[in-house]
Design a protein around this ligand. Structure first.
Ligand SMILES: Cc1ncc(COP(=O)(O)O)c(C=O)c1O
Length: 307
């Protein structure tokens, strides 16, 4: 396996990572995961923009042009014989190597950049049949809009889901459903799509944004409102949205069946539309693609987590 490390492509077992790396010691860094199909990245620009957003919010300087990140991703796919396959590209940037001290190294040190590409099998069966999820208390911090590598609460929650035989753990903060451990969450009630508004308590998912665009196209009303866990009884459909989950129907939450216990019609339409969008945008001559509308909220200005 050929990986990317600080500007070089090299076999994975030749990578040296320092034990003093702040990513290792503090989880001090940010990352992205991008889907690729036959060598073409899905919405790479949005992913790189989100990486920049995460890095600048945690004050890591990584002013790399997005064309260069596209080039790194393409090279990883090519050098690992993944240019004709379904794959994901992972890219992580940490604050770099310095003796352990909480505050930033002074003077600043070079960032550590690590990337790899991996084969990906789209979760077709789960998307067809639907999955069960559990709810767990949202014990994360109040900047969940940042895709940072310190993911311990997500790891613990996802493990809890796995132990319970569920696909995903969906976080509940102050009674409100925020998102999953590695997915966004949406529900359908009376034909409208409900999803938590963009804020500091969810990641602005690339899949979520694409699905909101599709709702506009398909005339599915969108309600970006907090949904309380106690309201789950009233929803007709639910779904997980994410780079490695696509549009995945949720048919059970804890012990509660959602709707009729099968993927519902709005989820099916969005799945189909998302599949077409993904295929179109990762085809050799994609139709020109407009950047999605900017629905984001400014977390830096918030006094407290917004729900
Ligand atoms: C916490 C969290 N929310 C949502 C998502 C979905 O985001 P995207 O669609 O960009 O993959 C992810 C993806 O990993 C995530 O980690």
């Amino acid at each position: 396996m050929i990986v990317y490390h600080n500007g070089r492509f090299l076999p994975k077992d030749e990578v040296y990572l320092s034990p003093d790396d702040r990513g290792f010691l503090f989880g001090d860094g940010a990352y992205e995961v991008v889907r690729a199909s036959k060598g073409r990245l899905f919405r790479a620009a949005a992913h790189w923009q989100r990486l920049q957003h995460s890095l600048s919010a945690i004050e890591i300087q990584y002013p790399t042009p997005t064309e260069q990140l596209d080039h790194v991703a393409a090279a990883l796919l090519n050098q690992n014989q993944l240019a004709a396959a379904e794959a994901t590209v992972y890219l992580q940037v940490t604050r770099g190597v310095a003796l352990r001290k909480h505050s930033y190294p002074h003077p600043p040190v070079a960032t550590t950049v690590y990337g790899f590409a991996a084969p990906f099998v789209p979760p077709r069966e789960k998307c067809q049949a639907g999955v069960g999820v559990i709810t767990v208390p949202d014990q994360r911090w109040s900047r969940c809009d940042l895709k940072v590598i310190s993911l311990l609460p997500n790891v613990l929650a996802n493990q809890q889901a796995q132990a319970a035989g569920a696909q995903e753990a969906v976080f509940v903060r102050d009674g409100v459903i925020t998102e999953g451990s590695h997915t966004n969450f949406a529900a359908v009630r009376e034909g409208a799509l409900l999803t938590h508004p963009e804020s500091c308590v969810i990641l602005s998912g690339i899949t979520r944004r694409a699905v909101l665009e599709l709702c506009d196209e398909l005339h599915v009303p969108i309600l970006e409102v907090p949904l309380r866990e106690s309201e789950l009884e009233s929803v007709d459909e639910a779904m997980l949205l994410g780079t490695t989950s696509d549009v995945m129907p949720v048919i059970r939450i804890n012990e509660q069946q959602i709707g009729v216990g099968r993927p519902g019609p709005v989820t099916r339409r969005l799945q189909q539309a998302f599949h077409e969008l993904f295929t179109r945008e990762t085809s050799p001559n994609p139709d020109s693609h407009l950047e999605p509308p900017n629905r984001s909220r400014r977390c830096e200005e918030a006094d407290s987590p917004e729900l």
